[in-house]
Write a new protein. Sequence first.
Length: 176
Amino acid sequence: MQRDNCFPCLEHPERAQHLMDQQLRSDWPMLLGDIARSLNPLHTTMFPALPMEYYWSTYQSEWATDVMFAKAAKLAHLYPRLVQHGLTTFLSPDVMRFLGRRAPPHGDPPPRLEADVVSDVKRRPEGVRIKHRVGENSVKMYDKQGSVLPVETTINDADDFKTFRAPENKPDAAPN
């Protein structure tokens, strides 16, 4: 049964989880390349001297984890405590670490930080939402459809997340 963009209950949750796990093993460049070739079938004809595949990257993304409760009353009992814990326990340095920023050990924001670090709670038609944000990136949690607890990380500025990628000619190289 679906309500809005949510499934508050599933007949076969193990099967749904299996389908989601398969996405982590999907060859996304190949799948997206197939779509690109269908949209631009003349690519190889137009660029015969430059035979190359498309390079895929993400400008904005959202990762969500939905925890389903068998009984809405259990979530209703637990959720106010989770919101209170999220507001009273996580400080700005914690939020910064969650969202890819380095936080000094003394806990004060770095002097050159040009982004706001904000935590807030809002009541919405879908339920109560707690949100921690650094600049354009956020982590939020809310109670949805009475029995679902989504936790979502939204990345609108990927520059905050630096990752090491070894050179192609030295795949075993370690970061400095």
